[in-house]
Design a protein around this ligand. Structure first.
Ligand SMILES: [Zn+2]
Length: 282
């Protein structure tokens, strides 16, 4: 089984997680830039973070046999802090990098006017750069937030075929599907969406344009939720081909719109003299 996790925050995970993910079948992933928990107070701390998503984290992933790509953006939460807004002006120099396969995560957190502005501006940036966009739908007031998100996408220059609406659930999947966007589901350990509910959604809505991710970060989360969903699909009677479509071909098709996916990673165990980290100016 080959698995592509289309949304996982590896910055917050250990090398044990990389090993376990490889053993479970994960061969590629996309790490969206996001809120780091501690609010940032200057654009420069975003730039260092983006650079680590472009350099350090792909290097770490490759040692465990996993191809790593990222998305960059000003996230919805920090779009509300005027000190962070210069990030929007600096994004074009990151969006031209080979490893950036989308603009994201963008979308709404509390649905403020500042979030409106940042979302519209970044959908435009995606259109200008021929990149897809990863759009986070809010966890609170889900349906209202998703409808407003779809309205902003419709008013933008970006084709819905280039938009992945993420964190969907049973209440939002139908309208999200009608919008023509790709459909993302984040599977969590005890809250929001779980793998059995995901299987039920796939049974009623099919496997077209459906993407499943673990969204694992510093909170309680499980980087193997992609594999657990695949196992739940198998137990529910889905075929190997259905599983391959949802857990590999759909994310490859969506992020492939960037023209930048490189799915060959270094073999695991390809370490530098037995040391998994190149230390000191090598
Ligand atoms: Zn995320």
């Amino acid at each position: 089984m080959r698995i592509f996790d289309p949304h996982i925050h590896m910055t917050s995970r250990t090398t044990d997680d990389y090993e376990a993910m490889y053993a479970a079948g994960v061969r590629a992933l996309v790490e969206p830039s996001f809120w780091l928990g501690q609010p940032r107070t200057s654009p420069e701390s975003f730039f260092d973070y983006f650079d680590s998503l472009l350099g350090w984290e792909p290097f770490r992933a490759a040692q465990y046999g996993i191809a790593h790509h990222c998305t960059v953006a000003l996230n919805p939460k920090e779009a509300n802090d005027p000190r962070c807004l210069p990030v929007l002006d600096a994004l074009p120099r990151f969006l031209v990098k080979d490893n950036v396969v989308a603009v994201g995560e963008i979308g709404y957190d509390s649905m403020t006017p500042a979030e409106d502005t940042a979302l519209a501006a970044q959908l435009q940036l995606a259109a200008d750069h021929g990149l897809p966009a990863l759009v986070h739908t809010p966890h609170r007031d889900k349906l209202t937030g998703m409808r407003r998100t779809i309205d902003v996408v419709r008013e933008s220059a970006l084709d819905p075929e280039f938009v992945l609406l993420d964190h969907l659930n049973e209440t939002t999947v139908k309208e999200a599907a009608d919008s023509g966007c790709w459909l993302g589901f984040s599977i969590y350990p005890d809250t929001k969406m779980d793998e059995d509910r995901m299987v039920a959604v796939l049974k009623s809505h099919g496997t077209e344009k459906m993407l499943v991710n673990s969204a694992a970060d510093w909170g309680k989360s499980d980087p193997l939720k992609t594999r657990r969903t695949a196992d739940a699909m198998l137990a529910a009677g889905f075929s190997d081909d259905d599983i391959d479509q949802v857990l590999w071909r759909n994310p490859v098709a969506f992020y492939g719109r960037s023209g930048r996916l490189q799915l060959d990673a270094a073999a695991p165990g390809d370490l530098h003299e037995g040391n998994s980290i190149l230390r000191g100016g090598e």
